[in-house]
Write a protein that binds this ligand. Structure first.
Ligand code: GDP
Length: 138
């Protein structure tokens, strides 16, 4: 079994579609084994997205992700990282396959409703960023 970190982003919590997104996650075969709702501070967001700090959209991204509540989750499945990336769809919803979360729900390339870890090293770092071992109940 593999674990990945999911974030339901502020555009989605504002529209009250966390339930719809979680239904798609569970229908894809991913188990939600940890979950919390929080508002990221600017300092936390800058650290979480540190890999993007040289990108032109970095400040916009930090402003967006701190603009409202997020729901952070640990998902578990066989090949959870790749499975969740497939379930989310492409970063730009205009390029996302039909039936994916971003095709169905994202508003724009920035306000794209969900985050999912992109590698096993990053999944571990990102899960540890938000959760203690005791908070993860598989
Ligand atoms: P992901 O792994 O599919 O989430 O995509 P990336 O790691 O490339 O980008 C991280 C996040 O930055 C994306 O999910 C978007 O919220 C945001 N983002 C990516 N590309 C752009 C862009 O060109 N403009 C803006 N404003 N935001 C972007």
């Amino acid at each position: 079994m593999e674990r990945t970190l999911s974030i339901i982003k502020p555009d989605a919590t504002k529209r009250s579609i966390t339930g719809k997104i979680n239904a798609m996650i569970e229908e894809a075969g991913l188990s939600i084994i940890a979950q919390k709702r929080l508002i990221l501070s600017v300092v936390q967001a800058e650290e979480f997205y540190g890999v993007h700090k040289e990108r032109p959209f970095f400040r916009d991204l930090v402003n967006f992700i701190t603009s409202g509540p997020v729901v952070v989750q640990v998902l578990e499945a066989e090949n959870a990282i790749a499975l969740y990336r497939k379930t989310m769809g492409a970063t730009n919803p205009k390029e996302a396959d039909k039936g994916t979360i971003r095709y169905e729900h994202a508003e724009s390339i920035e306000a794209n409703s969900v985050h999912g870890s992109d590698s096993s090293d990053n999944a571990k770092i990102e899960i540890d960023f938000f959760f203690t071992d005791e908070e993860i109940v598989g």
